[in-house]
Every structure is written in C-alpha cells, then in structure tokens.
Design a protein around this ligand. Structure first.
Ligand SMILES: [Zn+2]
Length: 698
C-alpha cells in the first residue's frame, strides 16, 4: 500500500460507478472491458465477498429442516457476483496483465482463501449437506440432482468440513499460505519470461525460416525494439528456433534460458516456493487422513490411485524410451556424417531430429507452414464443429474485449438458436502468460433461465509481420484444435446446475474433449479443404500432405519421454515425504536417474516452470491426466473410423450427448462407456504414437 489513505481508492471505485457492480447494457450482457480498470477489482471483490457470505449465512441459519432446494440448490445460486468478478479478473491476470493487476492478484488470492475457508469448513452447513447425503436415495432426486449432491458432499468433505476445530484452523492457515505461494510461483515465472529475450543480429539468422524472422521482428516491435528481431521464451518461439537455427552456440543459449526459467537464483527463483508448497500439501493431506498428497488427490479422479496413474505412464515409458534411445543414436550418426566432432546435446536434439525427418520422411515443418494460416485453421475448427454438432459461427464486432487482437464469434446451434459466444485471443504478447488455455467468463446453466456460456480460447501464436497473415506450425494448429475442443465442452454444455457445467469434470477426463478434437485437424479431408497457401491460395499438394501425415509419428519417442518424465516427476513430488525434498534440483536429478531419463532430453516442464502443478493445485499430482485422457481419445476416435466416416452423424450424436454436453452431470467412466459401448483400450494410444513395435535400443 502507498501512503494514500486505504479507504480512498475503495470509496471512489465502489457503488454506482464501478462497472463490475452495475447491470451491463452490452450485447448478451458481456463484460464491458473498456470501462473496467484495475481500481475496480478490490471494491468489487469486497462486495462479492459480503454478498456471498450473506447468502451462505441464510442457508446456514435456515430454521427449516435441510432439503435439496433450501440447501443444495441455494448453494448453487450463491456467489454469482464472486464468480463473475473472479472470471474477469483471472482472465485479465493471465491474458493481459500489468504490474497493477499482478499486485492486486497477490492480495486477492489470499483474500479468496480467507473467504472460502469458513464456508468450506462450516460445521452447520456441512451438517445439512451430510444429512441430505445420508438420505440421498430417499429424496426422489433426478440423476443430475443426485450427482450434484454427491459432488457437493465430496467437495466439502475433502476440504476438511468434518475436521475438529484445531485441525480446521490449521487447514485454513495452510490454504491461505498455499494461495499466496501459487500466485508467487506464477508471478516469478511470468517475470522471468518477460525479462529474457535474445536479440538476433543479421549474422544470427542462419537457417531460420522467413516466417520465424517475421515473427521475431513482430515480437521485438511489441517490446518497443523497432527494427530488431528477438527470440522470446514463448514455446513456439523457442521450439522453432531450436529446430531451425544452424548456430549451435545460439541454440545452447536459447535452450538454457528456456529450461532455466524460475531457476536462475534471482528474485524470480521458484525453488524455495516449491519446497514450501510440497510441505503444506502433504500436511493438509495428512490432516485429512491420507498418507500423501498424491493419494488424497487421486482418490477423487478416474484413476483413483497413484499406482493406477503410474501404471499407465510406465507402460508407455518403456517403448517410448527405447524409441528415443534409438533415435538418439541416429541423430549422433547424422552429426558424424556432417563431420561434426561433438556429442549430441539437449539443444541439438530438435535441430537434428528435424534434419532426420527431412531425410527419412522428406518433410519439414517449414514446408507446410505457408499452408497453415491461422484464419484457415480457425475456419477448419469451426467447420468440423458444424459437421459434427451443427454449430455455426458468425463474427461479432460489437462485443467488448480486453485487447484489440481478441475476436468474438456468436455461436448458433443447428436450429439457429443462440448457443454461446466464443472469444479467440490468439497472439503472443508480453502481457500474456505462456501456454494455451480455455476458460469461461460465464458458464452454461438453466437453473434460473437459459444462461448461454461465454467461452475463451487463449493461445500464444506468433503474429505475421507487415500485414502478412499469421502462419501456424503443425504443433500450433494442433493446439488451436485442442483448445477449441475444450471450448466446445464449454459451449455445448447442457446441464441444469452451474457447478456441473462444461469442463467441471475430473482432471483426468477433462482432456478427452480437447485431445479428441485434435484428431480432426490431421484428417486429409480437413487439410485438403482448409490448408491453403497464404500467397497463392493453392491447396496443400497431395504429396506434401502424404509426407506430412507419414511424418507425424516421427520423434514420438522424444515427445512421449518429455511428457511422461514430467508426469512421473509430478507423482514423485507428491508421493515422497516432503521432508526429503529440501533441494528441488537434487530431487529432480535423482528422480530422472531412477527412471533412466536420456541425458539429451529435458522434461517438458522442469519443476521451477511447472505452472500446471505449482501455480495452483488443479493439475498437482494430476499431470498424468493428459495421457489418461489420451487413452480415451485415441480409442474414441476409433468409433468414427470404424464407421468409415469421420463425421458419422450417429456417432457424433452420441459424442455430443454423452461427452461434450453432459459436463459433470454424470460419472465419467459411465459416460465413456455409454458413448463407446465398452471401456477404452490403451493399445490405440500406443498405435497412434507409433510405439507398438519396440525398436532395439542400442
Ligand atoms: Zn487441455
């Protein structure tokens, strides 16, 4: 706080002048982003906390006996302002932050924990929920209502509502500290990412594709370095550079900076934060009666136990490692052929893998990129949604957004009825955190009227320079479909209760709609229609398409290893006694040695930059979820392939009804079996990654 009296900014931004507290006159009552300033958030949160606490108190103090309506539904109706303000705030913090917002975030994250603790641990409230849960079969509930009651009970129980007072007090303190540490972790990472870039001189461009150089100039422009070109720490910038730069010295620099994020011993260092987070997670799990955070976390998932999750990862690890080691030898051979007198290092892998791919599959990413315009791939994603689910999309220029680059589409269902708004925020910028994600500003529900969802996709694609269209790498195109798959899960949601809406499902189920959607992106009939050269408009030539599809399984050993190592390490961090993890780097090295990690491959996310598991606890002990979901998505796409039509209408209808529209209203294992007629078979995953036949390791 500055020397301004604390009350003054709050008074000036509260009441009728605060756009966050007013009724919105915008189309579809969307947030008026242009009117919302950082100063509006604290007073809006303040009001939201008061409203929500009063709503919960009314439930708690209700003199009538608990029933489904006065307790469970009343809880569903509570906290609307808080949900609204939080959604807008966290969207800005992630997608378009500034120092002022980050400062507020520090405050808000602790206050949110302080607000939720007394609600989630309220003994009287939990007593009402528990009584209903006890009698649940006698209440005459629908299947969705029964599911809502079970999820509500489980959420309170797992938050510690049944603990004694001393344990609750400790749990509350832990939650508050955890919230602070998660925010610290992500702010550190964001600052390390913002502070680092590599300026490229004219001699440093050797091997770099034109599209990369254009993007590097645009990135420099954005950081007010006109006329320069820079490599940033965004994944697409780093990976393209590592694939294509002939300058081994610069590759080393970029690789080291990328993998050192959060681990630089500077003010942004995340090592101490991790140690404290792990200790607190373990303590909280033990207060609740679990031996470790991983056991606690996995109990409420499809996998159920860390052993089951690890079992899947290890099944994939073996053939992937053998493949990666065979590839490593081939890459070393390539270096020798070129007369190189050095051992393959981590910063060489992508470069030589790309060369090997050009030799073996006669294909490189740069050849296809001119055909993968952002515009074309958006159109492809929309068209697939039209053919599968009957959706249509029309761009709206009258919806307020948080940045001029953000685009908005109105989504209509097959009958022409309004279904959702879809916001696409596609380009990298310094104010955006790295990665790609889907989120919502408003979730679908029908509890009080037909509420249509507001769904957001955020990506970090490079802009095209000088009025050139933005071109995507195959990875980028896949990411676009991935996030759009999550988006469909939000847009097609058709449930009654807000807490069961859209993506409110188990973490190891939530990647099914997104990863499944990726399959359509790489179908020849989709690419033939939507991959057109950005200058000539010519469709992707058949031979290039064939080579592209053939090259897909290339380097899958590497890709699988970098993912599975991160997932195994995540489980290890949350299974081993926290007292044994005082040196994160040493723990990481020991863990990698134990699984036989090839020295030339780094984890996809090293611990100090592993935002999935340390920025919050959503994916903590849950990073395996991507692979768990992949077992289902590889198997699920087979349902279409078996009909001979990737848009088969009957299969698409089951997919809509059982997976994309049912949100958390059903048990996910049951929902999957309803769609597929049986449990998923993991062979489909190994086949898709080309790992069914194990090569001989050298
Ligand atoms: Zn995802």
């Amino acid at each position: 706080m500055s020397d301004t009296p604390q009350s003054s900014p709050i008074v000036s931004a509260s009441g009728p002048d605060n756009p966050l507290l007013k009724a919105w006159q915008t189309p579809f009552q969307t947030a008026p982003f242009g009117e919302i300033g950082p100063e509006h958030f604290l007073p809006a949160f303040e009001q939201a906390f008061i409203d929500h606490a009063a709503e919960v108190a009314a439930i708690t103090h209700d003199p009538s006996a608990p029933d489904f309506a006065n307790t469970i539904i009343a809880l569903e109706r509570s906290g609307r302002l808080l949900a609204k303000v939080s959604a807008i705030f966290y969207n800005l913090v992630s997608a378009h932050s500034n120092p002022e917002l980050l400062e507020i975030d520090k405050d808000v994250s602790s206050r949110l924990a302080r607000h939720w603790n007394p609600i989630m641990m309220n003994a009287v409230l939990f007593g009402r929920i528990a009584q209903l849960h006890e009698n649940r079969t006698a209440l005459g509930l629908t299947a969705e209502q029964l599911r809502l009651l079970e999820r509500t009970y489980t959420r309170f129980h797992r938050a510690g509502a049944g603990l004694d007072e001393a344990a609750k007090a400790r749990m509350a303190a832990i939650n508050e500290r955890q919230a602070h540490l998660g925010t610290t972790f992500s702010h550190h990472l964001l600052r390390d990412e913002q502070e680092w870039f590599l300026e490229l001189g004219e001699d440093d461009l050797d091997g770099l594709p034109d599209s990369f150089i254009a993007a590097a100039r645009a990135a420099a422009e954005e950081r007010v370095l006109p006329g320069k070109a820079i490599v940033t720490t965004s994944r697409s910038s780093v990976e393209t550079f590592l694939k294509s730069s002939r300058r081994r010295d610069l590759r080393e620099k970029v690789y080291k900076a990328f993998t050192a994020r959060g681990d630089n011993g500077n003010a942004n260092d995340n090592n101490a934060t991790i140690v404290e987070i792990l200790a607190l997670r373990e303590e909280a799990a033990q207060l609740l009666g679990y031996p470790s955070f991983a056991v606690y976390r996995l109990e409420d998932s499809m996998a159920k136990t860390p052993e089951a999750a690890r079992g899947l990862l290890e099944r994939v690890w073996k053939p992937a490692r053998a493949r990666a080691l065979a590839d490593r030898d081939a890459l070393q051979g390539l270096i020798a052929e070129e007369g190189g007198n050095f051992t393959l290092a981590s910063w060489d892998w992508r470069y030589y893998a790309e060369k090997l791919r050009q030799i073996r599959a006669d294909f490189d990413d740069a050849a296809i990129k001119p055909y993968l315009t952002l515009e074309g791939m958006i159109a492809a994603a929309f068209d697939c949604a039209h053919r599968l689910f009957g959706l249509s999309f029309s761009e709206r220029k009258d919806i307020p957004t948080w940045h001029p680059d953000v685009r908005v589409w109105e989504v209509m269902d097959a009958a022409g009825k309004h279904q959702a708004l879809f916001y696409g925020d596609y380009f990298a910028r310094a104010s955006k955190r790295s990665g790609a994600w889907m989120t919502t500003l408003r979730d679908q529900q029908t509890l009080d009227g037909d509420i249509a969802p507001l769904v957001i996709n955020v990506c970090n694609f490079a802009k095209g320079a000088d009025d050139q269209p933005a071109l995507l790498s195959p990875d980028d195109a896949r990411t676009l479909f991935h996030e759009f798959g999550h988006g469909l899960h939000g847009m097609l949601s058709n449930v009654t209760y807000p807490s069961l809406s859209g993506t409110s499902v188990f973490t190891d189920f939530v990647e099914l709609p997104s990863q499944l959607y990726e399959h359509w992106q790489e179908q020849p009939q989709v690419l033939r229609q939507f991959a057109k050269h950005y200058q000539t408009g010519e469709p992707l030539p058949d031979d290039l398409l064939e080579r592209f599809l053939a090259a897909r399984q290339f380097n899958q050993g590497f890709a699988t290893i970098e993912f599975v190592a991160s997932a195994l390490m995540d489980l290890e961090f949350h299974s081993q006694p926290a007292s044994t993890i005082s040196d994160v780097g040493a723990f990481e090295r020991a863990g990698l040695e134990k699984i036989g990690m090839p020295a030339e491959i780094a984890m996809r996310h090293r611990p100090t930059q592993f935002g999935h598991i340390f920025s919050g606890d959503h994916y903590a002990a849950g990073y395996y979820s991507y692979m768990w979901s992949e077992v289902m998505d590889a198997d699920a796409f087979g349902a279409f392939e078996e009909t001979g039509d990737i848009f088969d209408q009957q299969t698409a209808k089951r997919l809509h009804d059982d997976i994309y529209s049912s949100g958390g209203s059903r048990d996910p294992a049951e929902a999957y079996i309803a769609f597929r007629g049986r449990k998923p078979e993991p062979e489909a995953l190994l086949r898709r990654r080309g790992l069914l036949e194990t090569p001989q390791a050298a």
